[in-house]
Design a protein around this ligand. Structure first.
Ligand SMILES: [Zn+2]
Length: 524
């Protein structure tokens, strides 16, 4: 069974009573808009969205809410921003920091909009809301009061579950300094049931934030304070009424944030923790890169390398507890296109396995009819051969004229292949036809093979890839030359390297005069 179906069935069982009543199931995820959003954050969006979609498909009233956390303070300056300019905002809630582009409403909105565009362009949807809305409209007041009145209990849970010790008198609240707006520098002193007393410490604190020295007392309600995140997490579940919420597996270890949050939910907020979907990382280039590193691995950067259906395949095609390793410099992109072609065939052949189901989900159930596609690696190769007309090659391969959809798909593949070749493709995919004298010393056996291929070409007015392929193999089977020596000789002669595309097809698409000139130039 496909992973989304299995999880959805599990959820249906857990919430059978609620579903029977017709109450909506709330699926939630969130992201702090502290800079360009790393592609890894798409994993959470996709898992939650896919599960919500499948629940809806199964007739369950479901809502997927995505929180843009704009109330968290800036706890580090992204490397791509002017460090001096932003230092003064360290510790200030993201919503109150000006947007770097000078246009967006605030810092959080700029990056949230970039991420939202990626989510929407990839065909995933969610109802977005802001953390600041929860705080500033007073929706968080009740849980804040509960947390403050249960400070001792929370302190005990921290210690018992995660082993983390908080000092005596510690309060589970981060006050926003009325004077300088900082939330990371305030040390709480007391809670009198309506206001929290605090000192905005002047020494350098968390994330390099420095306070103003103000000593004050203010209400923690209506946006005057933020809860520490292990308390805030379950508090939001209770306020929003969350039923399903997964998280990265780093939070899901025993004694980890999830464990603490679950305990606080039950013991302080009297709320049943949501159904959990732990998931693995989405790695780019083999290493988990943080949002602050920015360039190259942001969701917008990675999404721009793939057409929507392939991006959806990359995200939906791996079950949650398997890491996705997106190696931009390697063969990830051609492999994804190949996988798409494979699962498409399975679906069109009427198979009913996980791959066919995946194909259906990629297309949100408006699945295309069978159409011709040229393999991505072939597209990448042809697009580097100035003498070749890719449309003609495609018609030749299909043995028929292309439909409009096939032309569009091919043009799209050309566009993405070019971008990939330009920015990331490994050497083995980059080809340049050799001109002039070859620098390679060819063996007598190789020269003999070249002469035989030249003769074959002269005897055949039209070269058919498959036939030529058989002919080249027959040289190796009949003669003394071994396969490696034969093929590396051919690739060296034409590409100046030891490997290349399938040899018969490759030779058949090169101009005849060019083939003869090189083959005879060496063998004579
Ligand atoms: Zn201050």
């Amino acid at each position: 069974m496909f992973w989304t179906d299995k999880i959805a069935d599990d959820i249906k069982e857990k919430y059978a009573t609620q579903i029977a009543r017709g109450d909506a199931l709330i699926v939630r995820d969130e992201k702090t808009a502290s800079g360009r959003v790393h592609i890894g954050s798409m994993r959470g969006v996709v898992i939650h969205n896919a599960v919500a979609e499948v629940l809806k498909e199964k007739g369950v009233n479901t809502k997927f809410l995505y929180e843009i956390n704009d109330f968290d303070p800036m706890d580090g300056i992204p490397t791509y921003l002017n460090q001096e300019e932003y230092r003064k905002y360290l510790g200030v809630p993201l919503k109150y920091i000006p947007a770097p582009d000078g246009i967006s409403e605030n810092f959080a909105e700029q990056y949230a909009n970039e991420f939202k565009a990626v989510i929407e362009n990839a065909g995933f949807d969610a109802e977005f809301y802001r953390a600041s809305e929860l705080y500033e409209t007073g929706k968080m007041n009740e849980v804040i009061e509960k947390a403050l009145n249960n400070a001792e209990k929370i302190r005990a849970i921290y210690k018992e579950v995660s082993g983390s010790e908080k000092p005596e008198g510690w309060l589970p609240i981060h006050m926003i300094c009325e004077k300088c707006g900082n939330v990371l520098t305030t040390k709480t002193v007391g809670w009198d049931g309506s206001e929290v007393q605090y000192v905005c410490e002047e020494k350098e604190g968390v994330g390099g934030a420095v306070g103003c020295g103000h000593e004050g007392s203010r209400s923690p309600f209506d946006g005057g304070a933020e809860l520490p995140w292990k308390v805030e997490w379950p508090a939001k579940w209770a306020v929003v009424g969350v039923d399903v919420e997964g998280a990265g597996k780093d939070h899901s270890t025993k004694g980890g944030a999830r464990d603490v949050a679950n305990n606080i939910a039950k013991k302080v907020f009297d709320y049943n923790p949501p159904y959990d979907i732990p998931y693995e990382f989405f790695l780019v280039g083999g290493a988990k890169m943080s949002s602050s590193k920015g360039k190259g691995s942001s969701s917008a950067d990675v999404a721009s390398l793939l057409p929507t259906h392939i991006f959806r395949l990359a995200l939906l095609g791996t079950r949650p507890m398997r890491a996705i390793n997106f190696d931009l410099d390697g063969a990830t992109i051609p492999a994804l296109f190949d996988r798409y072609d494979t699962i498409a065939e399975k679906y069109w052949n009427g198979e009913e396995d996980d791959d066919a189901r995946l194909f259906e989900l990629i297309h949100k159930r408006s699945v295309p009819e069978r159409y011709y596609r040229m393999r991505f690696s072939q597209v990448a190769f042809i697009s580097q051969m100035p003498h070749m007309d890719i449309m003609k090659e495609a018609e030749g391969e299909k043995s028929d004229a292309l439909t409009q959809q096939e032309k569009d798909d091919l043009n799209e593949r050309v566009e993405y292949a070019r971008a990939w070749l330009e920015k990331y493709a490994p050497e083995r995919y980059v080809f340049e036809l050799q001109r002039g004298d070859s620098t390679t010393e060819f063996s007598a056996l190789q020269k003999d093979a070249f002469a035989r291929i030249a003769k074959y070409i002269q005897e055949h007015s039209a070269l058919v890839g498959e036939e030529l392929h058989h002919f080249v193999h027959s040289i190796q089977k009949e003669g003394e030359i071994d396969a490696k020596e034969l093929f590396s000789g051919i690739y060296q002669l034409f590409l100046g390297r030891d490997s290349g595309p399938q040899v018969g097809w490759f030779l058949s698409v090169l101009p005849r005069e060019y083939l003869l000139e090189r083959l005879q130039g060496v063998s004579n």
